[in-house]
Design a protein around this ligand. Structure first.
Ligand SMILES: *[C@@H]1O[C@H](CO)[C@@H](O)[C@H](O)[C@H]1NC(C)=O
Ligand SMILES: *[C@@H]1O[C@H](CO)[C@@H](O)[C@H](O)[C@H]1NC(C)=O
Ligand SMILES: *[C@@H]1O[C@H](CO)[C@@H](O)[C@H](O)[C@H]1NC(C)=O
Ligand SMILES: *[C@@H]1O[C@H](CO)[C@@H](O)[C@H](O)[C@H]1NC(C)=O
Ligand SMILES: *[C@@H]1O[C@H](CO)[C@@H](O)[C@H](O)[C@H]1NC(C)=O
Ligand SMILES: *[C@@H]1O[C@H](CO)[C@@H](O)[C@H](O)[C@H]1NC(C)=O
Ligand SMILES: *[C@@H]1O[C@H](CO)[C@@H](O)[C@H](O)[C@H]1NC(C)=O
Ligand SMILES: *[C@@H]1O[C@H](CO)[C@@H](O)[C@H](O)[C@H]1NC(C)=O
Ligand SMILES: *[C@@H]1O[C@H](CO)[C@@H](O)[C@H](O)[C@H]1NC(C)=O
Ligand SMILES: *[C@@H]1O[C@H](CO)[C@@H](O)[C@H](O)[C@H]1NC(C)=O
Ligand SMILES: *[C@@H]1O[C@H](CO)[C@@H](O)[C@H](O)[C@H]1NC(C)=O
Ligand SMILES: *[C@@H]1O[C@H](CO)[C@@H](O)[C@H](O)[C@H]1NC(C)=O
Length: 714
């Protein structure tokens, strides 16, 4: 199926001599094939050549302030090329044999959808002997290298001779993640950057403060005061002492530098958001006098200390941020006791004050969520140089309220909103139909489509006031809805397709379905699927039959040689855990689908059985003896405990978005989560938790195990 679909997709190029046609990729690449059937064999590349005039050049037009040089992008590309094609080529300034030449120039066609020059464009020229990527800047070259890697994967290592100019329609293409109501560790965020970079997305907007919500009409002030609220940046500066009292799930300046620079290395800019004056419970938990009476998740802007306190927070953190623009939130400032007009007046004052302050002390501009569109009868309106991120038609009309008034609007319309696991109104997966057919005038979605049902509400494709689209994923129901990786899972199937549309690509749904999994499996510098290379469907098998206690090596019989190491005693085809000994493997985690089976003979509870950085399978915790999985700081327990001092055959099963445990061939028990919805009711839902594989036993486990087997199906 897949192979023939690809042939169909490429048929146009393979069978014509000179043809103007897109190269199928995510996104597609405009291309004209040369006459003859020549192709460049990417696998036989002998050198990656950086035009020495531009080795130190950086892009100064993108959103980041820490843009890599052409030399740095070239180094990253060379490593990717080796990984994806196995080519072993040199990197330098001289052409040696078959070469990929990276240079910079200003070619015709380097323009965005509004006809403006863009630094992200590149030209691709392919001959039998070499490939030249001519970027408008090093960033343009970088996107060109993504095209080359993708073509290498899809065309079995070659790319046909020809040329094309490829230019993004919009300069803001990417994702938003709510890291306020759910923590995500820095390495996960970097893997996400690496993943989206392969699809030429350049923006990762991180929401760094927020709180859960309880309806103020129903619940007491005490309940509001105690709600989950977080501020993720951790500084010991006196101006913010006491603001972040949860250091474990926080980003230090060093963490944030790591995230920003690792993402920038692949062309992705982190846009940080600190949310106020709404969704700001963490600020009024810190300084109760700043909360609006009756609804303390809103700040009282009329309090003369409120704006100075927010300025003090920004002053502390602005030096951390390496982007030209920051996001001050300014979302959902709604209170049923006060009129919309009264709130809008103080809100506009707040936004303008921070706009001026942030620019004055850092030179950065700001973005806000669409909340109170300008009106003639307000005494003040938001400054026209504030970029608005539209999210809902009931808040504003992107075209009439902003674009027609020369205010730029990023499209984060909630047709593409995801809410983790459950929502009364939002989806848990991107809608592919909407991506490929979301233009009310016919055709695919594009960043200028704010309303997929009514074209009257959409600006033209070439509007200069649409920087692009950012697809948002929210954690409305908090920290225990999901694992870290489930944030990726929710986007996995649809986001690359949306990336094609954010760039202005022409991929069809059939083409996407044919190539997505192939490209996904080749994405460099990430393993978000937590796949493990394996010769057969058995990934790991320890039978402890012929292992030698003196070497400490536990043989893997799967054929993959994933041998383990242990100081535990091995006898009678089993491993004896005692004295805190453990068995360590070279593996980390296995993502969906998997079945991990093992025979276990425990002598006690409250111990870890299998541990990895992503998850841990435990028998008991504290006073509980239940089997449970830990992930993302939460425990998901079964109403089941392993019997002590006897053998049980157990299996941990990851199937689709669910995770199960079964013993002795009995019925599967499911690990689920119970999530609270606005303090009003609970919802039970699935958890997709990876199999933990790095360490077996340890942490005080006493007992025996035998016959540990991991297979890649469930
Ligand atoms: C690039 O920068 C490096 C380090 O600053 C310097 O040694 C080198 O001469 C520069 N190269 C060019 C071509 O300017
Ligand atoms: C590139 O050329 C176009 C005209 O073809 C011009 O408008 C643009 O400013 C040039 N850009 C640079 C960076 O030189
Ligand atoms: C690339 O190959 C073409 C011929 O296919 C040749 O004309 C050109 O000089 C080569 N470029 C470089 C930089 O070697
Ligand atoms: C891919 O290329 C390799 C190496 O040249 C060749 O052995 C293989 O047959 C090719 N596969 C396809 C599907 O063309
Ligand atoms: C404050 O943070 C800085 C930078 O992270 C660190 O070097 C310093 O030791 C910290 N000071 C205190 C008192 O914790
Ligand atoms: C935005 O415009 C206002 C008023 O015109 C000005 O004071 C401010 O400096 C501008 N800010 C930015 C980021 O350009
Ligand atoms: C301001 O104008 C809007 C319509 O543009 C209207 O709904 C609102 O009531 C007006 N407010 C006041 C205070 O006049
Ligand atoms: C879990 O997967 C099933 C089947 O694919 C799907 O119907 C369901 O919506 C998914 N659940 C979530 C929370 O994504
Ligand atoms: C996806 O979008 C299409 C087109 O707007 C719509 O008809 C369909 O109901 C949506 N599907 C879901 C699951 O929301
Ligand atoms: C489409 O949008 C326009 C402008 O907002 C509105 O006047 C019109 O009623 C809408 N049409 C439909 C069918 O909803
Ligand atoms: C995992 O199992 C589910 C349910 O059987 C199936 O729909 C899905 O395709 C499987 N996924 C993989 C990657 O095999
Ligand atoms: C080991 O476990 C596998 C997978 O559950 C099972 O097929 C096999 O029969 C077991 N071997 C022994 C010796 O128990």
């Amino acid at each position: 199926m897949v192979a023939s679909a690809i042939l169909l997709a490429f048929g146009l190029h393979l069978h014509s001599l000179v043809a103007v046609a897109d190269l199928v990729g995510i996104p597609t690449i405009p291309f004209t094939t040369a006459s003859g059937r020549h192709a460049y064999d990417i696998r036989r590349t002998q050198s990656v050549v950086v035009d020495s005039r531009y080795g130190n050049t950086t892009d100064t037009n993108g959103w980041t302030l820490i843009s890599p040089t052409l030399d740095q992008f070239a180094t990253t590309f060379q490593a990717d090329l080796a990984l994806v094609t196995g080519s072993d080529c040199s990197l330098g300034n001289e052409v040696k044999g078959n070469s990929i030449i990276l240079t910079i120039d200003n070619c015709s066609g380097f323009v965005d959808a509004a006809g403006r020059w863009t630094s992200e464009a590149y030209r691709l020229d392919v001959t039998k002997e070499n490939v030249t990527i001519t970027g408008a800047s090093p960033l343009g070259v970088w996107w060109g290298t993504r095209s080359l890697l993708q073509q290498a994967v899809l065309q079995n290592g070659t790319i046909q001779a020809g040329s094309g100019v490829d230019s993004p329609g919009w300069n803001t293409r990417g994702i938003f993640l709510d890291a306020g109501r759910h923590y995500y560790p820095p390495p996960f965020l970097v893997e996400m950057c690496n993943w989206i970079s392969y699809w030429k997305q350049n923006t990762f907007h991180l929401h760094l403060s927020d709180n859960l919500y309880n309806n103020v009409e129903i619940y007491s002030l005490e309940r509001q005061t105690g709600l989950y609220a977080r501020f993720r940046l951790l500084s010991n500066h006196s101006a913010v002492a006491g603001l972040n009292i949860h250091p474990n799930e926080s980003y230090t300046r060093q963490d944030f530098d790591y995230i920003q620079s690792a993402c920038a290395a692949r062309g992705v800019t982190i846009i940080p958001e600190i949310e106020a004056p709404g969704h700001a419970l963490v600020i009024s938990q810190w300084k109760p006098e700043l909360g609006l009476e009756g609804q303390i998740d809103l700040l009282n802007i009329s309090n003369p200390d409120t704006i100075p306190q927010m300025e003090a927070i920004w002053k502390t953190f602005l030096p951390w941020f390496h982007s030209k623009v920051v996001h001050i939130g300014a979302d959902e400032y709604v209170d049923s006791h006060l009129s919309k007009n009264a709130l809008a007046e103080v809100y506009n004052t707040f936004v303008n004050a921070l706009n001026d302050y942030i620019f004055k002390i850092s030179g950065k501009s700001i973005r806000i969520w669409g909340t109170f569109p300008p009106q003639a009868n307000y005494t003040n309106n938001i400054g026209k140089n504030v970029t608005v991120q539209h999210w809902e038609g009931f808040e504003d009309n992107a075209l009439f309220d902003y674009i027609d008034n020369n205010i730029s609007v990023i499209n984060s319309d909630d047709h593409f909103y995801l809410v983790q696991k459950y929502s009364g109104s939002y989806s848990q997966q991107l809608n592919k139909t909407l991506i490929f057919h979301g233009n009310p005038l016919g055709g695919a979605f594009a960043p200028n489509i704010f309303d997929p049902n009514n074209a009257t509400n959409n600006p033209p494709r070439d509007s200069p006031y649409v920087p692009g689209q950012i697809a948002a994923q929210w954690n409305d129901y908090g920290y225990n809805t999901s694992t870290y990786l489930e944030a990726y899972d929710a986007w996995r199937e649809g986001l690359p397709a949306l990336a094609d549309k954010q760039w202005g690509g022409k991929l069809t749904e059939d083409q996407y379905d044919a190539i997505f999994e192939i490209l996904q499996a080749s994405t460099p510098a990430q393993n978000l699927d937590r796949t493990i290379k394996s010769k057969t469907s058995t990934i790991l098998h320890y039978d402890f039959a012929s292992d030698d206690n003196s070497s400490g090596v536990v043989q893997d019989l799967s054929g993959n040689s994933y041998d383990g190491h242990t100081t535990c005693w091995i006898a009678n085809n089993s491993i004896h855990f005692d004295n805190n000994c453990s068995l360590t493997t070279r593996l980390t985690s296995k993502g969906r689908n998997y079945t991990l089976t093992f025979d276990i003979h425990p002598n006690g509870v409250d111990v870890p059985l299998f541990t990895s950085p992503d998850s841990q399978l435990r028998s008991g915790n504290g006073s509980s003896t239940q089997i449970m999985l830990f992930s993302a700081g939460n425990a998901f327990a079964l109403n089941y405990s392993l019997p002590l001092n006897t053998w049980t055959q157990a299996s941990l099963v990851g199937r689709g978005n669910q995770t199960f445990f079964a013993v002795d061939g009995g019925e599967e028990m499911e690990f689920t989560t119970t999530i609270g919805v606005n303090g009003a009711f609970f919802v039970w839902t699935t958890m997709a938790i990876t199999a933990p594989l790095r360490t077996i036993g340890g942490g005080g486990f006493r007992g025996k195990m035998k016959n540990i087997t991991l297979v890649d199906y469930a």
